[in-house]
Design a protein around this ligand. Sequence first.
Ligand code: CDP
Length: 217
Amino acid sequence: MNVVIAIDGPAGAGKSTVAKRIADALSYFYIDSGSLFRAITFKVIQSGLDMNDINGIIKLAENSTIDFSNNKVFLDSIDVNSKIRSAIVNSNVSHIAKISEVRDIIADIQRNIALKKNVVVEGRDIGTTIFPNAAFKFFLVASVEERARRRLLELNSSGSNYSLEEVMEQISKRDIIDSNRAVSPLRKAEDAIIIDTDGKCIDDVVNEILFNIKSFN
Ligand code: CDP
């Protein structure tokens, strides 16, 4: 297998920005596993399926093609990147991510990419379930308040008008569902290095991770 760098952690811990920067620095392929769950969630919402229709959701996921090009996610050959970050996808994605058959489909997509390329993969279960033998594992953490502040900037810069309290509540709810689900919950792998990102800028976090990778080489 090629080299895998796993970056896990809760919503708003800074995984996406950091993982992209690490992938760029090493010329590795970047996999945003959350965007795969988001793409399926978006398709479920668009299709009008009931969120409780688990069999319908599994069928829909089985009949979907999802892949990456230029760090963007394509659903059935259509660029859905801007559509998958909406508030409605945010509030439904953790329900879709509980379905083990959906997780299996998404696991295959990630493992197939890693068969061909060195990858930086970010998510919730990368170091524990998807790539338990990853060469490097990092677990990013930050307080709920700091994570909500970051997410608020992102959401409101695209025209929304949420309060910090609302975003803190959304994030806490998602943390609870993600950490307590039966299949592949959000959890630090035993051998993952914890990176506390509270009060640190992106450059600091990226340098800390690169330092760790280089000191093992
Ligand atoms: O960017 P943010 O951290 O808000 O979320 P994301 O990484 O796009 O992931 C969205 C949701 O997908 C998470 O809240 C999880 O419910 C689910 N997810 C997962 O279960 N396993 C992963 N490896 C990645 C995401």
